[in-house]
Design a protein around this ligand. Structure first.
Ligand SMILES: C[S@@+](CC[C@H](N)C(=O)[O-])C[C@H]1O[C@@H](n2cnc3c(N)ncnc32)[C@H](O)[C@@H]1O
Length: 260
């Protein structure tokens, strides 16, 4: 219920909803919640004076086939093809808990593993627009993209993302900046943008232009009703929709720039 809920839930709301759904008393639910918090499955978060109960990211959490997110203080030994992204707690968006981040990470994992567009070659350059904590930029590098640029308009995000990139030992590979998209002189094999619907719509000509031929563009950060319009806007820029995924009404679209 906490994981699937569309909005953040207070402990009281969770107690009430679970008790009603399961036909049990609230005291039993309260004790079960306490157990899940001590096991590290759930955690209390605080926002503007209200506490919420959320899936815990205070321990390593697998968010896709290969990507595991963890706080820096927790150790995790990756198995097989797993890649680990350490994210320090802070004010910037992107600890991995939000569906829009998870969807973008799953899309990245999928296209960098088995995309029909990228399978033919190693993606050389990646761009993360609206990087927040740097989570998607770090994942791009961990999944094999050789050079990554990440941008954000918020100075606090730029500073936190820079810290997280260094924490992950990727300072040589990932560059965090606040340069506007139009001033970037490079073209990219993979672009990911977890931004609001109006921003994604406004940026459609620029994001499409910055993509190399056969490149992949992943858009996240919007709800299902916006996807038709975004699909059309990016379609008009010559991109073809190759993948979509939905989680809790949040949507993620993946496009490929194919030969006309
Ligand atoms: C929803 S958060 C995404 C954070 C992270 N990439 C993730 O997936 O969790 C959006 C971020 O985009 C930044 N942002 C908003 N508009 C932007 C723009 N036009 N160019 C660059 N960054 C922007 C915000 O400051 C914020 O940090």
């Amino acid at each position: 219920m906490v994981v699937d809920s569309e909005k953040k839930m207070t402990p009281g709301e969770v107690e009430k909803a679970v008790a009603r759904a399961g036909g049990v008393d609230r005291k039993t639910v309260r004790l079960a919640i306490k157990d899940l918090v001590s096991l590290g499955e759930l955690s209390y978060t605080y926002l503007y004076g209200t506490s919420f109960l959320e899936k815990s990211f205070e321990r390593p959490v697998r968010v896709s086939k290969r990507i595991v997110i963890k706080p820096p203080e927790k150790a995790y030994q990756p198995q097989g093809q797993e890649v680990v992204v350490s994210i320090a707690g802070g004010a910037a968006f992107g600890n991995g808990a939000h569906p829009s981040t998870c969807l973008a990470l799953r899309a990245l994992d999928s296209v960098l593993c088995d995309s029909c567009c990228l399978r033919r070659r190693t993606p050389l350059t990646g761009l993360d627009v609206g990087t927040g904590t740097g989570i998607l930029a770090i994942a791009l590098a961990r999944l094999g993209v050789r050079k990554v640029i990440a941008t954000d308009i918020d100075p606090c995000a730029v500073s936190e993302a820079t810290y997280n990139v260094t924490l992950n030992g990727l300072a040589e590979q990932v560059m965090i900046m606040n340069t506007p998209l139009e001033e970037l002189a490079t073209y990219f094999s993979v672009i990911v943008a977890n931004l609001s619907y109006p921003t994604l719509r406004r940026l459609s000509p620029l994001l499409s232009e910055k993509l190399e031929q056969d490149g992949i563009l992943i858009l996240s950060g919007f709800k299902e009703p916006a996807s038709k319009d975004l699909g059309q806007s990016y379609g008009e820029q010559g991109l073809r929709l190759v993948r979509d995924e939905i989680e809790n009404k949040w949507m993620c679209l993946t496009f490929c720039k194919m030969e006309p």
